[in-house]
Write a protein that binds this ligand. Structure first.
Ligand code: EPZ
Length: 430
């Protein structure tokens, strides 16, 4: 079984190129089925969740041709089924984006109930409420969500919670509904805006994406397009924190600094130097980090997907910090693993009370989910001695070449498969 072998202690130094945003690419790929014409996508990350979605799309007749590692040409003109129940797709959250896309274009969709990271109860009531408001009949039967409509008619929809997934799904369906849809209390994440831009480039009429009111005037037909996906905010943030926790000097390149403001603000608060340029950010950490308090919030607040990474940093800071997780209910599962590395953290409900320690010590740990897995790798990179991180498949869902990018910054990390490989790694780095 693959695991990362890590010897901690090296400050990470250098530049790292950030790839395309997974959470923008997933809905964009799904939305590319909303036209019979050809769609060209660039800057697509080569990560598991994307490959699983593409495979499921191929399974129902979408033509997918890779153009290099980060590009694809898609044509959905010959789709032969609107039922998606591919085994692999059950494991990814974004499977449900095919619902909004198919419902919009074909007025019918049947997609397996979504999986994804186990970070708490992940309701879909707002997706269903939105589809129903547009006139669809939605039922859950035999593990599938089925939605269909004679016609979709624009509507005024107030989201009870700010949901990235529901905003995206309803936006896709409304794009091909009759008349005007208004989504209130919409999610404002960069990937919501990226999808809106993508749909607009196909002929959709969407205004207000990036604010909490999105207005969509339905169109009858969408056309082909060429589109480049935005850089990944969370991959960038993870490498910025890798620089901070290892007392390094890391420049993340090909980023949109505006998307990283809440992350930059916290890095400054905990005593890092942060320099911004047009499309890169440099993070330098030279001394022990300071404590702070953080609450995760929808964008432009501090992202829940960066919560484990900042916790790893704060557990090494001077004093007591409080991290409040307000988006998902069960996102502190990794704390047990971090405790085994020497962290002092008490979790009460959705709050972690962190007493900073001087150092972590290497241990055998497991990645419980994607972002927590990446955060535990950061902890291991600063720890004294050796660590192994199991269940790297979670990390591979959303980070392309994670260990190779870290290696290029000077980290001692390798992907190993057997005990013999691990011993070799120890000999090499000992
Ligand atoms: C997206 O998940 C991301 N996934 C998550 O990233 C990210 O953590 C999350 O948004 C928040 O930013 C993808 O883009 C594929 P939500 P999503 O709907 O859409 C509640 C990663 O690591 N809710 O914004 O599932 C829900 O329970 C992943 O890349 C309802 O109550 O998140 C949660 O508490 C992990 N009813 C909150 O809203 C609904 O119908 C936010 O969820 C929908 C959501």
């Amino acid at each position: 079984m693959e695991q990362y072998a890590i010897k901690g202690g090296n400050p990470l130094v250098g530049d790292v190129e950030i790839g395309g945003a997974k959470n923008a690419a997933l809905p964009i790929l799904a939305a590319s089925t909303m036209t019979d014409e050809t769609v060209y996508i660039e800057n697509m990350p080569d990560v598991r969740d994307i490959n699983v979605l593409l495979q499921a799309m191929q399974g129902i007749g979408v033509m997918v041709k890779r153009t290099g590692r980060h590009g694809a040409v898609l044509n959905a003109g010959n789709i032969n089924s609107l039922v998606v129940e591919d085994e692999g797709i059950k494991k990814i959250r974004a499977s449900y984006y095919l619902l909004g896309a198919f419902l919009g274009k074909y007025k019918h969709a049947e997609v397996t109930l979504p999986g994804g990271c186990d970070i708490g109860f992940r309701a879909i009531d707002q997706h269903i409420k939105g589809f129903r408001a547009l006139g669809a009949r939605v039922v859950i039967e035999h593990g599938l969500i089925k939605a269909d409509a004679q016609r979709l008619v624009g509507s005024h929809i107030y989201m009870d919670v700010v949901s990235v997934g529901a905003t995206i799904n309803v936006m896709m369906a409304a794009t091909m509904a009759e008349g005007m849809t208004i989504i209130e209390n919409a999610a404002k994440e960069p990937h919501v805006v990226d999808l809106a831009n993508f749909l607009s480039s196909m002929g959709a009429n969407i205004k207000g994406a990036g604010t909490d009111v999105i207005r969509i005037r339905g169109v009858q037909k969408l056309h082909g397009t060429e589109y480049t996906i935005i850089p990944d905010q969370i991959e960038a943030g993870t490498f910025m924190f890798a620089g901070a926790v290892t007392k390094g000097d890391v420049t993340v390149k090909n980023v949109i600094p505006k998307h990283l403001e809440s992350i930059t603000a916290k890095l400054l608060e905990i005593g890092c130097q942060v320099e911004e340029a047009d499309d890169c950010i440099r993070v330098v950490a030279t001394r022990t980090l300071e404590h702070t308090h953080v609450k995760t919030l929808p964008y432009p607040g501090f992202p829940t997907d960066m919560q484990p990474q900042i916790t790893v940093a704060l557990a090494l800071s001077k004093g007591t910090s409080i991290v409040t997780e307000s988006v998902f209910e069960n996102r502190f599962k990794y704390v047990d693993e971090l405790t085994r590395m020497g962290a002092s953290i008490k979790v009460e409900g959705n709050t972690a009370i962190i007493t900073g320690v001087e150092k972590y010590t290497g241990a055998s740990i497991s990645a419980p989910d994607l972002r927590a897995g990446a955060a535990l790798v950061l902890a291991a990179l600063t720890a004294e001695g050796y660590s192994t991180v199991d269940d790297v498949r979670y990390i591979q869902r959303g980070y392309e070449d994670f260990h190779l990018k870290l290696q290029a910054l000077g980290a001692q990390i390798e992907l190993v498969e057997t005990e013999k490989d691990y011993q070799k790694f120890k000999l090499k780095t000992g």
